[in-house]
Design a protein around this ligand. Structure first.
Ligand SMILES: Nc1ncnc2c1ncn2[C@@H]1O[C@H](COP(=O)(O)OP(=O)(O)OP(=O)(O)O)[C@@H](O)[C@H]1O
Length: 252
């Protein structure tokens, strides 16, 4: 079963008003089970809007969205995916650990299990010693890592990520990219990942989907098969070829 199926999705904001915006026009996107898809395109082309449609945070004006064979609304209620957005979206009054535990609480996971899993995830993103801190005590990049730990905590079959590494320094970004790939590979997790970075898209994705602006539509879908997704992969001729191919597609 496909992880995501978007069929002929159109999104018009403020329809019929003078400030009407046609953000997406008849977009078709299929993400296979276990597939990692990166969405790339110029600012304002509708990448976040497409991700928000999949997450059922906003409804499409027309067209349909299916997640793991369910309607987007049902998938949201079933917590069929983990979300990590540009803004970390943490709860200020909860400690870091309790932020990561939140989706587990909502699922009725026992206290001991929650704690163990949250600690493992915080360890993964390098924040084990900050478990007892509050979000306001962390830098923006650290908050973003907490949000990623929270998205991963429920071991969702699908991850929806909107520039989750945008605010991070290069070293942390590369480490988390590697962690994310290893988590997806070992758990078979599918992903839709919005990024502005061609390098990041090509390194992470099985397929890079290129969008154009006004109205947002998909203009290219480029499969990437690196010999390995590590430093050697980043230096392979295939990697550089794909970076060039995506860059050309972006220029239209
Ligand atoms: N809630 C909203 N109301 C009105 N217009 C909106 C709303 N959300 C997005 N838009 C508009 O829809 C278009 C697509 O926005 P979106 O945030 O999806 O683009 P994006 O590709 O993610 O951009 P960026 O790369 O800059 O984050 C933009 O023109 C934006 O102004």
């Amino acid at each position: 079963m496909n992880a995501v199926e978007v069929v002929q999705a159109t999104k018009i904001f403020n329809a019929g008003r003078s400030d009407e915006v046609r953000a997406l026009s008849e977009v078709d996107l299929t993400v296979g089970d276990g597939e990692f898809v990166a969405l790339i395109g110029p600012s304002g082309c509708g990448k976040s809007t497409l991700l928000r449609l999949i997450a059922d945070l906003i409804p499409p004006t027309s067209g349909s969205v299916t997640v793991a064979g369910k309607s987007a609304g049902q998938a949201r209620r079933d917590q069929a995916y983990g979300l990590a957005f540009q803004q970390a979206g943490l709860f200020e009054w909860r400690t870091v650990r309790r932020n990561v535990e939140l989706p587990l609480e909502l699922r009725g996971v026992s206290r001991a299990d929650r704690r163990a899993r949250a600690e493992r995830m915080l360890d993964l993103v390098g924040l084990a010693e900050f478990a007892g801190h509050y979000p306001a005590q962390l830098s923006g990049g650290m908050q973003q890592r907490v949000a990623i730990a929270r998205a991963l905590a429920v071991r969702p079959p699908l991850l929806l990520m909107d520039e989750p590494f945008g605010a991070l320094d290069e070293m942390t970004r590369e480490r988390l990219q590697a962690e994310l790939l290893s988590i997806c590979a070992t758990t078979g997790t599918s992903a839709v990942f919005v990024t502005h970075s061609i390098a990041e898209a090509v390194f992470l994705a099985d397929r890079v989907v290129v969008m154009s602006a006004r109205p947002g539509r998909i203009t290219a879908s480029i499969s990437v098969e690196l010999p390995s997704r590590d430093d050697a992969g980043r230096q392979s001729p295939v990697y550089f070829d794909k970076v060039t191919e995506v860059r050309k597609a972006l220029r239209g």
